[in-house]
Design a protein. Structure first.
Ligand code: ADP
Ligand code: MG
Length: 230
C-alpha cells in the first residue's frame, strides 16, 4: 500500500487533492467561553475544580492557559471536548462559532469533536492502540470524518508524516516503536491538517510560565500549557 507522491495512482492523487482543497477551505473556528464552572462529583461531595472561567480564542489565533498543576487547565479542555466523567456539574457556556457545545451528548458532538475541536494528549501512547500500526490508526480517524477511500486516507497520512519529517514507511510501525515525541507528532499533523479549527495540545509549560493562582486559570497569549491552535 505504500505509495509516494510520484507513484500514486491518478485516481488517488485526484481524490487526495480534492480532500486537501476541501479541508484547507474550512474556516478557522472562533471559541468564546463564558463563566465556565465545573464541579466533579466525588465521594466527599462536589469538588469545584473550575470557577467562572472566561476567555476567547479568535479565529486563527493562539491562546495559552497557564497555571500550576491542578488548577483546572485540563478540566477546562475536557469540558470543551465533552470528555468529563458522568455526573460532573457544568455551568456557563462555550460557544464554538456561536454554538454552545458545553454539555452536548456524544451524538451531538460527533460532527464537531476531532473535526472542529480537537485534543492532543500529553501522553499520546494512551490514545493509541498497541496492536494496530500507526498508519491504520491515522486512517481510521480520517475515515471517520471524510468520505474517502482507504488508499486516499493512507496517502494523506503519508503527506502528514512528510510534513513533520517522518518517512512514509514508519506508518507501518506500531506505537511502541515510536518515541514519546513521535507519538505526539503522529497526533499533531492529523489534528492540524485534518483541520480541527481549534486544537488543544496539552503539555507541560516552559518553566517560566508555570505560575498562576490556583483554581483560576489565567489565560495568556504567551506560550502554553494548554492552548488552542488553528
Ligand atoms: N475525575 C476527577 N474527579 C475529581 N477531581 C478531579 C478529577 N479530575 C481532576 N480532578 C481535580 O480537579 C483539579 C483540576 O485538575 P486538572 O484539570 O487535571 O488540573 P491541571 O490540568 O491544571 O493540572 C485537580 O485538583 C484534580 O485533582
Ligand atoms: Mg493538565
Amino acid at each position: 500500500m505504500a505509495t509516494s507522491a510520484n507513484t500514486r495512482p491518478a485516481a488517488v492523487a485526484r481524490d487526495l487533492a480534492r480532500l486537501d482543497e476541501r479541508l484547507s477551505a474550512k474556516p478557522a473556528a472562533h471559541l468564546k467561553v463564558n463563566g465556565l464552572s465545573i464541579g466533579y462529583s466525588t465521594l466527599r461531595g462536589r469538588f469545584h475544580a473550575v470557577e467562572d472561567v472566561s476567555f476567547e480564542v479568535r479565529a486563527g489565533t493562539n491562546l495559552g492557559l497557564v497555571g500550576e498543576s491542578g488548577c483546572g487547565k485540563s478540566t477546562v479542555v475536557k469540558a470543551l471536548m465533552g470528555l468529563l466523567p458522568e455526573f460532573t456539574a457544568l455551568s456557563g457556556e462555550a460557544l464554538l462559532d456561536g454554538e454552545n457545545i458545553l454539555g452536548l451528548s456524544d451524538a451531538e458532538l460527533e460532527p464537531i469533536r476531532w473535526n472542529r475541536i480537537s485534543l492532543i494528549t500529553q501522553s499520546a501512547m494512551n490514545s493509541l492502540d498497541p496492536v494496530y500500526c500507526i498508519g491504520d490508526q491515522i486512517c481510521e480517524a480520517i475515515l471517520a470524518h471524510e468520505k474517502v477511500s482507504k488508499a486516499v486516507a493512507w496517502a494523506r497520512a503519508e503527506e502528514m508524516f512528510a510534513l513533520v519529517g517522518l518517512p512514509a514507511e514508519r506508518l507501518y510501525e506500531f506505537p511502541h516503536q515510536f518515541s514519546g515525541g513521535m507519538r505526539s507528532v503522529r497526533s499533531s499533523p492529523w489534528r492540524w491538517r485534518s483541520t480541527p479549527a481549534c486544537c488543544w495540545p496539552t503539555s507541560r509549560p516552559p518553566r517560566s510560565t508555570r505560575s498562576c493562582n490556583r483554581r483560576s486559570c489565567r489565560a495568556s497569549a504567551a506560550s502554553t500549557s494548554t492552548c488552542a491552535v488553528r
